[in-house]
Design a binder for this molecule. Structure first.
Ligand code: NG1
Ligand code: MG
Length: 515
């Protein structure tokens, strides 16, 4: 019997656990014991003393709710067991704060040393791809937070750090959020700040934007708040709220498999045409819809300040329908989108400015200048329709999970269907899939998954599949033969091993002391 869905106290501090050499102990650290011990002994070799603590934050898989976090709609991710762990030794920064950061794989990630200015921001050049950029992003977010809390000017602590990360980079399971959250957590802990989950989330989201992406808050939320065995129902509107949702039992255990496409989309390069453009398109759709209905949207906490979720709220307020079930409210905004945006080929800047009654310059400065965006046409209809329909699927998915602690075949197939519909919508309306991703989903479904879709930003990256435990063998064999060996005939055994992983919902961030 699974337990009921639980609300999570957000002001709770990040868990601090004691290192244990007894792997049977039911501590969140026990699961990762071997890597923790190896990290600590390598730290010892590198720096000639033991670390004070290890900070950890995991990657995540998004089960459903793709590309809607930045429109402030609910999403359903969870942490995975791969993570970033950082061993840290602290010393006072009185005579100047220095950071020395090394990686367990120095050939790929060379050691770096730099000093931290006491009163100015850390400089990060998003165009220069450096592995420590993500550390610097976390550091800069944490220092801004600490400076506000402690205006007394105590210099930040110096740190010696050794990093071990096993989240595949550019692989769609958010190595970036794992790295930024672990870094920010390490810096907070090094400066004796017992940070709350909510504060760590707020500062990590802002931190990651420093690397040049508009970013919603899903990845960092999942990395910080997740609980082993549960999905993390994450709401952004009207304020941030999370709930742990148990996975029901079934006759044949419900399993989530992640499969990499090995097509990587480097966000720092492609964001202007892909990710940031989608954020801009959704924002523009929201303000144009609002204008059309004579509504003024109050600013919200989405990346550009105006979201599709907020449009829904204002429209429902005006129509006196705020207490209607959310599903019906969403149906109405779907209708509004279909009525207003009839141009399937998309809208030019001139056309959008005219709809808003402003100049093109004003449009650009308000919506297209905070981050680089490149496009001739903005496909407002398709993007808004994807967003609203995906938001409905998330509600339906969660409601179905909550129906019973044991799911029958019919309900399970319904969940699978929602995942498949999500993939179709990402492919056709949101245009964030990739031929390789579509191919993986087709092969996997044929071999027996209930549902298959991309997870994360897309344009390559990772896929997630819901399947009965009894089909894992058939599905992984089919993917190996029909996808990996076909596209990458020279693939190494090691890479093939990493390509497909059963993803067990895992614990979020924590700190280990006494190592
Ligand atoms: P990836 O690229 O997988 O880290 C991105 C965003 C999320 C969310 C998803 C799409 C960042 C840090 N993360 O995830 O907030 O919008 O795409 O659902 O940009
Ligand atoms: Mg990322």
């Amino acid at each position: 019997m699974s337990s009921p869905q639980e609300l999570v106290p957000q002001t709770e501090s990040i868990a601090e656990v004691y290192a244990t050499s007894d792997a049977s102990v039911n501590s969140p650290a026990a699961e990762h014991q071997a890597r923790f011990s190896a990290l600590v002994s390598q730290f010892n070799k590198e720096y000639n003393h033991r670390p004070d603590f290890v900070a950890r934050s995991p990657g995540r898989v998004n089960i459903i709710g793709e590309h809607i976090d930045y429109s402030l709609y609910d999403v359903l991710p969870t942490a995975v067991s791969v993570d970033v762990i950082m061993a840290v030794k602290v010393s006072p920064g009185n005579s100047g704060t220095t950071i020395k950061i090394a990686n367990v794989a120095p050939e790929k990630f060379p050691t770096r040393e730099f000093s931290v200015p006491h009163d100015t921001d850390i400089e990060i050049d998003p165009k220069k791809h450096e592995w420590i950029n993500y550390f610097k992003a976390g550091l800069s977010g944490a220092l801004k937070f600490l400076r506000k809390e402690r205006p007394d000017g105590v210099p930040p602590a110096s740190m010696e750090i050794l990093v071990d990360g096993n989240v595949p980079p550019g692989g769609g399971i958010s190595s970036s959020a794992a790295f930024v959250c672990a870094s920010a957590l390490a810096v907070m802990k090094a400066n004796n700040h017992n940070v709350s989950k909510q504060d760590l989330l707020d500062l990590a989201v802002v931190s990651e934007r420093a690397v040049g992406v508009y970013s919603g808050g899903m990845d960092q939320a999942a990395s910080i708040f997740s609980k082993r065995g549960y999905l993390l129902y994450t709401q952004f509107f009207p304020t941030f709220k999370v709930e742990h949702v148990p996975i029901p039992t079934a006759a044949d255990e419900i399993t989530f498999l992640m499969a990499q496409s090995f097509v990587t989309s480097n966000k720092a390069d492609t964001a202007p045409r892909h990710y940031n453009l989608r954020v801009a398109e959704c924002t523009l759709a929201a303000v144009i819809l609002a204008k059309n209905y004579g509504l003024t949207l109050p600013k919200d906490n989405s990346s550009l300040g105006f979201s599709l979720r907020n449009f829904q709220e204002e429209l429902m307020t005006k129509e006196g329908r705020l207490h209607d079930p959310l599903e019906y409210q969403i149906d109405s905004v779907i209708q509004a989108t279909q009525d207003l945006f009839t141009k399937t080929e998309g809208y030019t800047r001139e056309e959008m400015a005219e709809l808003l009654g402003i100049s093109v310059l004003e449009l650009e400065s308000k919506f297209l200048s905070a981050f680089p965006v490149q496009a001739e046409r903005f496909r407002l209809r398709q993007r808004a329709l994807h967003c609203f329909k995906e938001a409905r699927r998330v509600l339906d998915f969660k409601a179905c999970l909550a129906k019973a602690s044991e799911l029958d075949e019919k309900r399970i197939h319904y969940l699978g269907q929602l995942l498949n519909e999500s993939q179709e919508s990402c492919r056709v309306d949101y245009e964030c899939s990739a031929p390789e991703v579509d191919e993986i989903c087709t092969i996997a479904r044929k071999a027996g998954t209930w549902g298959s879709r991309l997870t994360g930003a897309g344009w390559g990256g990772c896929t997630v599949h819901m399947l009965p435990q009894g089909k894992v063998e058939a599905v992984t064999t089919a993917l190996r033969n029909e996808y990996y060996l076909k596209h990458f005939p020279d693939i190494s055994a090691e890479k093939l091993e990493q390509a497909m992983v059963i993803s067990k919902p895992s614990n979020g961030s924590f700190v280990v002391t006494g190592a």
